[in-house]
Design a protein around this ligand. Structure first.
Ligand code: TXA
Ligand code: MG
Length: 350
């Protein structure tokens, strides 16, 4: 795999053109976006699209996002643009918002997992935008991880997962948001959030009024409308358990102190706890009780780091489910397979 290094402040046009050539030839190139690294391929070529699924080990019924650099590209990919979609694009593109619209005939079914709708996003990242422009193509790009692993937010994580499976990787440093884009379905009467992300429900509602949230996201009996949300994504090797309050934390710390296992705790910087803790305990401090942005930004990176350190259990302090907290908790619950400390205690007692 060829690796190009550059910064978002000064993207190297020559290197980007080299990468774009690979994309035009049907090869796969991973690149940074403002959310997570994407695994790019020609979004209009069935062969390239199938290569993406193969490289990731991704089920072919899980549709991809087409990344565009300008609105002209969009016109060729969808049948029509609803007024709601138009308003959302105006407010949030380029940015971490993916819109689902009815697909045009030229969009291959390989991109949409057989659906008649297509997911489209204009990323807010200089390298991503220049790469799409240089290729002159919509770039299909799922997160650049092996299916089932946390999304990569640094180039090293892409390398770890995909090194011998893809042609190239543009290393553009850390991604800023660290969580995948918000996915909004614009094909119904009301816009509906299918995946929470960096653009929050509150932000969307300021622009278009009421926005629905896919009921399948919260009800375990219902299947989510975004095929990707039904898979146990984002799971590290370690068992993840969510702590809901300070009592949970103190109890889990007691449990960890008595254990021989290597156990990690992800807690806010301003949570005071009695130290030192046992040698088997690893503390990751991110964010504060009032600003949990850094927790979201580094969540995947930290989960992956814990795997490297062979941590066997991870406890994560929950954040309030408002604003960006909705997206963070959504990923956290997936990483934990919905395992909460309180449920574990109940099980042990019964
Ligand atoms: O931030 C992001 O969105 C990143 C970067 C690289 O842009 N990409 C990303 O792609 O997260 P991926 O493939 O990992 O997630 C795409 C999500 C999946 O949950 C998929 O099921 C959903 O979007 N999706 C795609 N097309 C859809 C469609 N037509 N209808 C419903 N859901 C769709
Ligand atoms: Mg993904």
């Amino acid at each position: 795999m060829k690796i190009w290094q550059m910064t978002p402040e000064s993207p190297d046009q020559k290197m980007i053109e080299e990468a774009a050539k690979l994309l035009q030839r049907g090869e796969l190139v991973a690149f940074p976006t403002e959310t997570v690294y994407g695994l790019g391929g020609n979004g209009l070529s069935p062969e390239s699209l199938l290569k993406i699924f193969a490289a990731k080990g991704r089920p072919v019924d899980n549709p991809l996002i087409l990344h565009i650099a300008d609105k002209e590209m969009l016109n060729d990919l969808v049948v029509s643009i609803s007024p709601t979609a138009e308003q959302l694009m105006k407010a949030f593109w380029p940015g971490p918002l993916t819109l689902i619209m009815e697909k045009a005939a030229q969009v291959p079914l390989e991109a949409t997992g057989g659906l008649q709708t297509v997911a489209i996003r204009m990323p807010e990242h200089s390298i991503a935008l220049q790469l799409i422009r240089a290729a002159g193509l919509p770039i299909a790009a799922p997160s650049a991880n092996l299916s089932g692993k946390p999304s990569p937010t640094v180039a090293k994580d892409v390398e770890e997962d995909l090194d011998d499976r893809i042609a190239g990787l543009i290393d553009g440093g850390n991604t800023q948001i660290g969580l995948e884009s918000t996915v909004v379905d614009c094909t119904g009467a009301l816009p509906m959030i299918l995946r929470p992300g960096g653009i929050t429900r509150e932000m969307l509602e300021k622009v278009v009024g009421f926005v629905e949230v896919d009921p399948g996201l919260e009800n375990e009996g219902m299947s989510p409308k975004a095929p990707g949300m039904k898979y146990t994504h984002y799971s590290p090797e370690a068992q993840v358990t969510i702590l809901e309050d300070k009592d949970d934390l103190l109890e889990a710390l007691e449990y960890a102190k008595k254990s021989q296992k290597k156990i990690a705790f992800f807690i806010p910087e301003d949570f005071l706890i009695q130290e030192p803790l046992g040698m088997n305990i690893r503390l990751i401090r991110e964010g504060t009780a009032s600003d949990w942005t850094p927790l979201g930004m580094n969540l995947y990176k930290n989960l992956r780091e814990m795997d490297r350190e062979k941590v066997v259990e991870i406890f994560i302090q929950a954040v309030p489910e408002k604003g960006l907290g909705v997206a963070i908790m959504n990923r956290m619950k997936k990483a934990a397979g919905h395992c909460f400390w309180k449920d574990r205690k109940k099980e042990e007692l019964s």
